[in-house]
Design a protein around this ligand. Structure first.
Ligand code: IMP
Ligand code: MG
Length: 313
């Protein structure tokens, strides 16, 4: 992630207003490239000499969009609106938006993630406070899942695989994966007991929801959202293997290999990630953020010392 260099860029630019610095940080957070006041447009001339200029605050090259921020009083907003109308008359081919403070997150949701995906909107403020940044955008996720699906479909063609989702983190991944596979598949789910919270006596992990049907002689592909220490997977694989499937492989969306404590065979991996706590695309932090369309990294101070990170759910 370009966090450090991005932060330096924000610090290096002499912003006229703190709201601009804030907006730049939000753009950095969402990995949207920006330029600060890169260009001035003449609005009125006296002969050849420009009398009035307009310099939009930001230009976002990936979106080919100028952004003018405003947190000003109503009287000034009216004047700014007049300027903007004039600008649009003179430069109709240039994309520009006037952005109010309250619109920031909405804009980012609309333009920052692609496909007009605004499912994350209600989370935005909290995510901005708790997350360090986006690790994989919804586009990157979609692209990777599509590639994996092609590979899996190729390997399992003609043998009606049974995809087994480990609830609840695998749900988004499993749905997208099988949708993109394009061959006949069946699905089933299993769910494990949760690690007890503070004060609870530790019971060993168990299935709290087993598969609905036998898997003996079936080609089983276990689908997991994220593999961390490997303890969960090791347990699940052990139980399923006793049922003598024809084959048993694992497809994990994220592989946190740096934290692996027991060796588990992963045949398919979406992305390998470092030692960081991530949320979104089915993965939660205290049950929140599962429905984000991307993967975000939480700030270490948010989860550090948290029981869920040490013994997870
Ligand atoms: P393991 O048994 O240590 O491999 O842990 C796997 C389980 O821990 C996953 O199924 C998740 O529920 C949870 N987990 C581990 N790391 C993360 C993370 O970064 N974000 C969200 N959940 C995680
Ligand atoms: Mg969890």
């Amino acid at each position: 992630m370009g966090g450090a260099s991005a932060a330096r860029k924000v610090d290096a630019v002499g912003f006229a207003h703190t709201s601009e610095a804030e907006f730049a940080r939000i753009l950095d957070f969402y990995r949207i490239r920006w330029e600060y006041e890169p260009r001035s447009f003449p609005l009125r001339w006296d002969g050849d000499r420009p009398l009035e200029m307009f310099t939009p605050d930001f230009y976002l090259p990936e979106l080919d969009l100028y952004v003018e921020l405003t947190t000003l009083r109503q009287a000034l907003v009216t004047r700014k609106n007049r300027k903007l109308r004039r600008f649009k008359e003179l430069y109709p081919e240039i994309n520009i938006v006037l952005l109010y403070r309250r619109d920031y997150h909405e804009l980012l949701a609309k333009y920052g993630y692609s496909s007009g995906d605004t499912t994350a909107l209600p989370h935005m403020q909290q995510l901005y406070e708790e997350a360090e940044g986006i690790l994989f955008s919804s586009d990157e996720v979609r692209e990777r899942v599509r590639t994996l699906a092609t590979q899996v479909a190729h390997d399992y063609r003609g043998c009606l695989p049974l995809l087994v989702g480990v609830l609840r983190g695998a749900t988004f991944f499993l749905a997208d994966l099988m949708r993109a596979m394009g061959i006949p598949v069946e699905i089933d789910f299993l769910s494990l007991s949760r690690f007890p919270g503070d004060g609870g006596a530790v019971q060993p992990v168990r299935f709290i929801k087993d598969l609905e049907r036998p898997i003996t002689g079936r080609h089983v592909l276990l689908v997991e959202g994220i593999v961390d220490t490997g303890f969960t997977l090791r347990y699940v694989l052990g139980v399923l293997r006793q049922r003598e499937p024809a084959s048993l492989e694992v497809c994990a969306f994220l592989d946190k290999r740096a934290r692996r404590l027991v060796d588990v065979p992963l045949k398919y991996v979406g992305f390998e990630i470092g030692d960081e706590f991530v949320v979104g695309y089915g993965l939660d932090y205290r049950e929140r953020y599962r429905n984000l369309p991307f993967i975000a990294t939480l700030r270490p101070e948010v989860y550090r010392g948290d029981a869920q990170h040490e013994g997870k759910t």
